[in-house]
Design a protein around this ligand. Structure first.
Ligand SMILES: *Cc1c(COP(=O)(O)O)cnc(C)c1O
Length: 353
């Protein structure tokens, strides 16, 4: 920290991303990336777009937003393209919260919400999950506050049905309800069809998890034209060229690879269910995850110790060292072969102990 940092940021604790190992040989199950490569059409689109690299990208992402409008059956004005959904979520908090307009969110959820609130001096109304880590929608009824809910939630993987989100939106008509659907393609149900009915609903999706594009940084915010215009106002006041030329082209190509998208999602879901059964057979407790990760615990070993033992054996998983999460590990679902390696190492560790 320098002597020049504004005192208002002295106490800010930034988000800690999962480790990024330099060695390829490490089994990386810690940041919920997709285990499959992007479709070749996406790689080709990136290469072709890079030939015009000297030119700025389209600041309005028009071709991409039109492709997305067709895909989601929305109007292009209902879609905002961002540099990952992180950027769209940040724009949303900037637009719909401030020092007098708090953000309500769960105590156990995506860590960035709370970091962005601290960065922008937004008060937080932190609502605990239930004892079994489920989210009780009733706790969000009539709050009269901006709300963000990850659905499925991270790191628990537990999902709410869209009707429950709809009721939350209906009971907070004067505030925006943001639904972060980063993991929705792995078996939960999207709230996009509710956008017709609820003008205060904003759905945020990403290409990072289910579309093999974490390295390209692309996400959409979907909502009423009015909400999207508010986000555009923030975006154009901060970074009008936020989505680069290659990523815009990649996004269009990705939306055209529906078969590959569905098939890879299906494989991840199948591997998740298989791995969950294998873990349960070994005495682990596993939440009913609808995401591309499993949230697990075992009475046989402290999660912190298990996390370190796996890391020593070149397997990275995610451990969140906080009171409500310290007994758990979050494990990204990879290929079946990768999960076999994981199980083998778990067996070795638990046998030795
Ligand atoms: C991964 C993740 C994001 C961020 O996605 P990007 O599009 O890569 O920025 C947002 N929310 C949740 C819950 C996530 O897990």
């Amino acid at each position: 920290m320098s002597a020049f940092l504004t005192p208002t940021l002295e106490n800010l604790t930034p988000y800690t991303p999962g480790d990024i190992p330099r060695k390829r040989s490490i089994l990386k199950l810690n940041t919920n990336e997709n285990p499959y490569p992007p479709p070749t059409a996406v790689v080709e689109a990136i290469r072709a777009a890079s030939e015009d690299l000297q030119l700025y990208p389209d600041p309005n992402c028009l071709a991409l937003r039109k492709a997305a409008a067709d895909y989601y059956d929305l109007d292009p004005d209902q879609i905002l393209a961002g540099n990952g959904s992180d950027e769209n979520l940040f724009f949303a908090l900037r637009a719909f919260c401030d020092s007098e307009r708090p953000l309500a969110h769960a105590d156990v959820t995506y860590g960035c919400y709370s970091v962005w609130c601290d960065l922008m001096h937004i008060p937080q109304h932190i609502i605990p999950l239930e004892k079994d880590l489920t989210l009780d929608p009733a706790r969000y009824h009539g709050l009269n506050e901006t709300i963000v809910i990850a659905n499925p939630n991270a790191p628990t993987g537990l999902a709410l049905p869209p009707e429950a989100i709809g009721e939350i939106a209906a009971s907070n008509p004067h505030h925006v309800v943001i639904v972060d659907e980063a993991y929705v393609d792995f078996g939960a149900e999207s709230c996009v069809p509710l956008l017709q009915e609820y003008k205060n609903l904003l759905v945020v999706q990403t290409f990072s998890k289910s579309r093999q594009m974490a390295g390209a940084r692309l996400g959409f915010a979907l909502g009423s034209k009015e909400l999207i215009a508010d986000l555009e106002r923030v975006r154009n006041s901060m970074n009008p060229y936020n989505v680069n030329r290659m990523t815009q082209a990649a996004g269009i190509a990705s939306l055209q690879c529906e078969g590959y998208f569905r098939e890879t999602c299906r494989q991840v879901i199948e591997t998740r269910e298989w791995t969950a059964q294998e873990l349960i057979r070994r005495g682990f407790t596993v939440t009913d995850s609808k995401a591309n990760f499993l949230y697990v615990r075992t009475k046989k070993m402290l999660s912190r110790v298990l996390f370190r033992a796996l890391r020593q054996r070149a397997v990275l998983v995610r451990y969140f060292d906080a009171p409500r999460t310290e007994h758990w590990l979050r494990i990204t679902v990879g290929t079946k072969e990768q999960m076999e390696v994981l199980l083998q190492k778990l067996d070795n560790i638990l046998k030795e102990d």
